[in-house]
Design a protein around this ligand. Structure first.
Ligand SMILES: [Zn+2]
Length: 385
């Protein structure tokens, strides 16, 4: 397709627009597109490998308000791929969300960043997305920078319920996948969103993956490793799709799921569009928001007087714990012992020691914290889910 750039004389632009001159030249972008970006709010869930690239690029592109949520602190092993952070952040023990805010203030002071140091879960996602929030209104997009499917389903539920575009992305090892979702807000195409009126609504995450892989099956970055380029490709692709959405270029979205393996040299565009028609999706067709309602995720119980939290995966996550496999992955992180009933591992995460005990049904006890969020994070990182 021939590309016809906009003709924009940089010298005539006010300073707040001039810095975006190069992207405004793009067809479909222009000054109008830039102004849309500048008046947009994006929620970036998670500020690790994917999230740092996403926040960085959205801020450089001039998205007016970025809400970034992450509960972790920065560790030295993050620096290999989490591009907004440096050694000083590790020394200063700054939370990721706060460090991202400080960096963005230096990169683009025109952008407002709301940094929230918290776990993202079913009780707070709607408020984070600006629903019933006094601090800001409904966000224009949710971009996924998380490391586990449970949080993704919570974000997907929120996006479908409230009609917010959601850009999924995930990467581990040398593989990655990303997909931009324009949710159906009403079944059978009777919705009121711009994209439904234009016939551009897509399957939601649960149309494509009805259930998350059970805990303990999928590798995580903390156990299987990850290379920076894999997360960088995924997250930059997510940003490209986000920019199309925020500038109103909905017809430019890929509408396929990017899936690649850098070690196998495979790049694919998966045709997932039919998933909406085929799947009896409880979320976007059935309008049941099981993850948002807290019915379907894992539950946690703080164990009295034991400085420990129990995590119980719920129905739908029927665990198939393979202790040999998990033990192999966790060796090198600390002492690991296993028998056929349980696996025990001593792990240091964010400088804190934890004792992780996993039972064959997927239930786990994380010793070393009384905070459910911390325990959930340790579980997600080292067992997966
Ligand atoms: Zn769906």
């Amino acid at each position: 397709m021939a590309i016809t750039p906009h003709t924009i004389d940089q010298s005539t632009l006010p300073p707040e627009l001039a810095r975006y001159h190069r992207q405004m030249l793009l067809p479909g972008f222009g000054i109008e597109g830039q102004k849309k970006l500048m008046s947009s709010t994006a929620l970036v869930v998670g500020c690790g490998a994917l999230g740092t690239v996403i926040v960085n690029m959205l801020a450089r592109a001039g998205v007016g308000h970025i809400v970034v949520v992450d509960r972790d602190f920065i560790e030295m092993t993050n620096l290999q791929r989490q591009i907004l952070f440096d050694e000083q952040d590790v020394k200063d023990a700054i939370p990721k969300a706060e460090a991202a805010k400080r960096k963005i203030a230096q990169i683009n002071s025109q952008v407002k960043v709301t940094a929230i140091v918290d776990d993202v879960n079913h009780t707070n996602i709607e408020k984070l997305a600006g629903i019933g929030n006094d601090a800001y209104g409904k966000v224009d997009i949710i971009v996924d920078g998380v490391d586990n499917f449970e949080t993704r389903y919570i974000a997907n539920d929120c996006a479908v319920k409230h009609g917010i575009p959601y850009v999924y992305g995930g990467s581990v090892g040398t593989v990655g996948a990303a997909y931009a979702i324009l949710p159906h807000t009403a079944p059978l195409g009777t919705g009121e969103t711009v994209w439904e009126k234009a016939g551009l609504a897509t399957p939601c995450l649960r149309c494509i993956y009805e259930q998350a892989p059970p805990p303990g099956v999928n590798p995580t970055c903390d156990t299987a490793g990850v290379i920076g380029p894999a997360v960088s490709i995924v997250s930059n692709y997510q940003v490209a799709e986000a920019l199309k959405i925020l500038t109103g270029n909905l017809d430019r979205l890929s509408r396929t799921m990017l899936s690649f393996d850098l070690w196998e040299n495979t790049f694919r565009q998966l045709k997932v569009q039919k998933a909406y028609d085929v799947a009896e999706c409880v979320c976007c067709k059935g309008r049941q928001f099981e993850f948002l309602d807290g019915m379907f995720g894992s539950s946690t119980t703080t164990l009295c007087g034991r400085n420990a939290v129990q995590i119980t995966p719920k129905a739908g996550e029927k665990a198939q714990m393979n202790f040999d496999e998990i033990a192999t992955r966790l060796r090198g992180m600390g002492t690991v012992t296993a028998n056929k009933f349980m696996l025990r591992a001593d792990i240091v995460d964010q400088g804190n020691p934890y004792e992780l005990t996993v039972f064959s049904d997927g239930r786990a006890i994380v010793r070393g914290t009384k905070e459910a969020n911390v325990a959930r994070s340790v579980y997600a990182k080292y067992i997966g889910g």
